[in-house]
Design a protein around this ligand. Structure first.
Ligand code: SF4
Length: 232
């Protein structure tokens, strides 16, 4: 089968959107494998770190029709395509979404390093764009790709969601949002937290920064509810 006909899939599951604009909304999650970054705090390393995880166990190669059928059969009328980095498989993602009923709202989560292309820009209702700051550990030229970020911004349906740990991160995040001229009402700060304890520790300062700078606050609902348990 051609690359456009299959997706490298990590997992699918039903849950609540845990972050950003549609936090708390029931959704069917399609988590695609592979990523082009190597963030220190990544909580889905099983999608790409095959020095620690077994590729044969973690990644299934699945026809796009099979994934589209699973979305169509799910009770939720919202699909969240996440990863890894979903746009690494853009052609297959386009082919898959062509087969998804029009009444299904499509959200895509991306690290903002790859351009969406016209087909996805038209079909995707909500982009959650999360470029990584210096604290993620990757070199800047890999994690900040201005042309891709501007293409996502110009869909008019993209939120910039920045993961921060401290004041330095907040300053870096706001400087990036300003440099990209991202609409302020679509800029979100979210505490980096892999556990409830980390969330409790960091959220108050991040919330205060959001109030001070007039940007939105996102919790990590899945961490608060389930402690970041996989597949929820
Ligand atoms: S971009 Fe996302 S999936 Fe990729 S390494 Fe960073 S946190 Fe993990």
């Amino acid at each position: 089968m051609a690359a456009r006909d299959v997706l490298k899939l990590s997992e699918t599951f039903s849950s609540l959107q845990g972050e950003g604009r549609s936090t708390g909304v029931p959704a069917f999650f399609v988590r695609l494998a592979l990523c082009n970054l190597r963030c220190d705090f990544c909580d889905t390393r099983y999608t790409w770190d095959f020095t620690r995880f077994d590729y044969a166990r973690e990644v299934r190669t699945v026809p796009v029709e099979t994934v589209a059928n699973a979305i169509a059969a799910a009770p939720e009328r919202r699909v969240i395509v996440t990863g890894g980095e979903p746009l690494l498989q853009r052609a297959a993602l386009e082919a898959m979404l062509e087969r998804v009923p029009e009444d299904v709202v499509v959200e895509v989560e991306t690290n903002g390093t790859l351009e969406p292309g016209e087909t996805l820009a038209r079909r995707v209702a909500q982009w959650n764009v999360s470029p990584k700051l210096a604290c993620a550990g990757d070199p800047e030229h890999k994690r900040i790709r201005r042309a891709a970020l501007l293409a996502l911004r110009d869909t008019g349906r993209a939120d910039l969601k920045l993961v921060v740990r401290n004041r330095d991160d907040v300053a870096e995040a706001l400087a990036l949002a300003t440099a990209l001229e991202w609409p302020r009402d679509r800029v979100w700060l979210m505490p980096e937290a892999a556990s409830r304890a980390e969330h409790e520790l960091r959220a108050p300062d991040v919330a205060a920064a959001c109030t001070q700078h007039g940007v939105r606050f996102s919790p990590r609902l899945h961490v608060l509810l389930w402690g970041g348990e996989r597949g929820r």
